[in-house]
Design a protein around this ligand. Structure first.
Ligand code: ZN
Length: 389
């Protein structure tokens, strides 16, 4: 392997450069050697890759510290599939690093919307807008994941013109501004000099065509309002507010352009019996004094159906029983939360004569004094008392 240049030297910064200086230096190099600006120039491409590799290391505090200490050797085996020194993949660099300029006015047009410099130059119409829907989910559905069919009102491709917006094939002509390419070159002034950027043609919105005689139904837009039934697979383990996106299922693009995305926001419906704590579900169990004192076999609901649990004799209010793996699954994992059963000892609110007689009889019994039975409390109860005192 050829000897590698020092990363600080590659970016032209001092060893003690700040993170901000490193970012700025990288931007400068990235623009100077960007493949869109140096088409077919192998040397520029190598420099672009070299700068990207240097930036990836120096922008990461951990990797930078290793590099400072051990040099290039300190990074061997790091970086997963990316690989150091083996030459990074160009598309990957553009994808990973293009995004950092996405929000920046100066670089925005140059790097596109985070997709890097290699954008498809195929003539096409304007992209459709994203469509937002909310889907209500029960805890049972969240536990298993669900396949749903949802009906949405949205802009769909016009059936009459098949989305083209033209009355017939003779109704379109090549756009005179961009000569059919859908893109125009623009020279922009930046702090780093003049830069030629390719942008979407303003006349045809990138379709490369202008419409001479528009479709009667959609008036040349290529789309109309309609309804579509969309099948969505919602994975197990989602939660309130999480957003899922389905690319290309949003509103149709104008004049045959690509559709936007469908953005699905999950709404978690309140459950009659359970509340949710992360991936655990909580069930409030009410037991009567007799069951709490004598112990009992009781049935409780779970997300998977009913389950029997055993309440030991002498169970106190506030005791929590745990049913392992009866909670909600973690998103994209096989791990499942638990069901927590909170015990509440039920005190009767109304008593008939017989009940009153029995309770009154019990009242003065030695084991019915709240202080009784302290000697056989569990270890954890004692610890809890110690913290509460
Ligand atoms: Zn039409």
């Amino acid at each position: 392997m050829a000897s590698k240049r020092d990363y600080y030297e590659v970016l032209g910064v001092a060893k003690n450069a700040s993170a901000d200086d490193i970012k700025k230096a990288y931007r400068k190099k990235a623009i100077e050697f960007h493949p869109d600006k140096n088409p077919g120039d192998k040397a520029a491409e190598e420099k672009f890759k070299e700068a990207a590799e240097a930036y990836e290391v120096l922008s990461d505090a951990d990797k930078r510290a290793r590099y400072d200490r051990y040099g290039h050797a300190g990074l061997d085996g790091m970086g997963g599939g990316g690989g150091y020194g083996a030459g990074m993949d160009m598309e990957e660099i553009l994808r990973r690093f293009g995004g950092m300029f996405g929000d920046d006015d100066i670089f925005g047009s140059f790097f596109g919307g985070g997709g890097g410099g290699f954008r498809s130059r195929q003539p096409r119409g304007e992209r459709g807008s994203n469509l937002r829907v909310r889907i209500k989910m029960t805890l049972e559905e969240i536990a298993t994941g669900v396949h749903k069919k949802i009906k949405v009102r949205k802009q769909v491709a016009c059936n009459t013109c098949h989305g083209s917006g033209a009355r017939d094939s003779a109704g379109v002509e090549t756009c005179s501004t961009c000569r059919g390419s859908g893109m125009v070159n623009r020279i922009t002034q930046t702090p780093f000099g003049h830069m030629q950027t390719a942008t979407t043609c303003p006349t045809c919105s990138g379709s490369g065509q202008t419409i001479k005689s528009p479709c009667n139904v959609c008036k040349g837009d290529g789309r109309v309002f309609g309804e579509e039934t969309i099948e969505v697979d919602i994975p197990a383990g989602v939660h309130e507010g999480i957003q899922l996106s389905m690319s290309g299922k949003g509103n149709s693009g104008a004049k045959g352009g690509p559709a936007g995305d469908l953005l699905i926001t999950i709404e978690e419906m309140p459950h009659e019996e359970f509340s949710r704590e992360g991936n655990n579900v909580v069930y409030e169990l009410f037991v009567n004094i007799a069951d709490a004192a004598l112990g009992a076999q009781l049935e409780v609901p779970t997300l998977d159906g009913r389950a029997r649990i055993k309440i030991p004799a002498g169970t106190q209010s506030g005791k929590i029983f745990r049913l392992r793996d009866k909670g909600l699954p973690e998103l994209q994992s096989r791990h499942r939360g638990d069901q927590l059963i909170h015990v509440n000892v039920w005190t009767p609110k109304h008593l008939n004569d017989e009940e009153r007689r029995l309770i009154e009889k019990l009242r003065d019994m030695p084991n019915f004094k709240p202080s009784a039975g302290k000697e056989d409390r569990g270890f954890f109860d004692k610890i809890r008392d110690a913290f509460n005192s």
